[in-house]
Design a protein around this ligand. Structure first.
Ligand code: PGA
Length: 247
């Protein structure tokens, strides 16, 4: 399956810098089309300018969150059809920062993923254990519980990507070892058999402190089908090196 490398810009980037970064990446993609699929998830105000900046490059666009409803009286929120309309193919749902900052539950994440799919988007559903859960030996139980409760049932590979992001690895420079990543991804793949339409075809991304220096090691782990990148996605050289490591 074709790997997916997704840049999650989080709440970073004003128009000039964001467009310059996207143009830089688009030029690289046109010059040397990457083996993996490359996705940028900028802050919502940058979606329209980025759609223009990456046109014709093969790079695709995604949102960082969506509401459970398509439209209506929800001040400050974004409906999945609006993301689709802005040129998105994907949307991240259930990122640990949203689960933490906005108290998002598995049930809410599931409703958001359903709304995304209903709008014709592919939902990137994030799961992952905290440091306390890992040290307590509960990692696999936690991610399986999150999967079971966060995924709408019976989605297929065009509708769903799973991102495994240990909370303690996000933005910390710490990562699980390749065998630890392999164990969790194998457990996720096994759990998907009861939950989705084509478990072997669903891409399972690893996220959390992926950098050029560790990308090749992490991306060659069994059942790792790409990466969700935060900090390193804001630097063209770093993000591109990771995309190339995926090829
Ligand atoms: P990081 O973030 O690469 O900065 O650790 C990953 C993420 O939160 O998706």
């Amino acid at each position: 399956m074709r790997k997916l490398v997704a840049g999650n810009w989080k709440m970073n980037g004003l128009t000039a810098d964001g467009v310059a970064l996207a143009r830089d990446l688009a030029a690289r993609a046109k010059a040397t089309p990457p083996a993996c699929e490359v996705l940028l998830c900028p802050p919502a105000p940058l979606l329209a300018p980025l759609a223009n900046a990456i046109a014709g490059s093969g790079i695709v666009l995604g949102g960082q969150d969506c509401h459970t409803e398509a439209k209506g009286a929800h001040t400050g929120d974004i409906g999945a059809p609006m993301l689709k309309d802005a040129g998105c193919a994907y949307v991240i749902v259930g990122h640990s920062e949203r689960r933490h900052d906005h108290k998002e539950t598995d049930a809410l994440v599931r409703a958001k993923a359903s709304a995304a799919v209903a709008a014709g988007l592919c939902a990137i559903v994030c799961i992952g254990e905290t440091a306390a859960e890992r040290s307590g030996g509960r990692t696999e139980a936690v991610v399986v519980r999150q999967l079971q409760a966060s995924l709408p049932l019976r989605l297929g590979p065009a509708q769903l990507v799973v991102a495994y992001e240990p909370v303690w690895a996000i933005g910390t420079g710490r990562t699980p070892t390749p065998p630890e990543v392999a164990a969790v991804h194998a457990r996720i793949r096994a759990a998907l058999r009861d939950l989705v339409a084509e478990p072997a075809g669903i891409r399972i991304l690893y996220g959390g402190s992926v950098k050029p220096a560790n990308a090749r090691e992490l991306m060659t782990v069994a059942d790792v089908d790409g990466a969700l990148i935060g900090g390193a996605s804001l630097v063209a050289d770093e993000f591109w090196a990771i995309a190339q490591a995926c090829g």
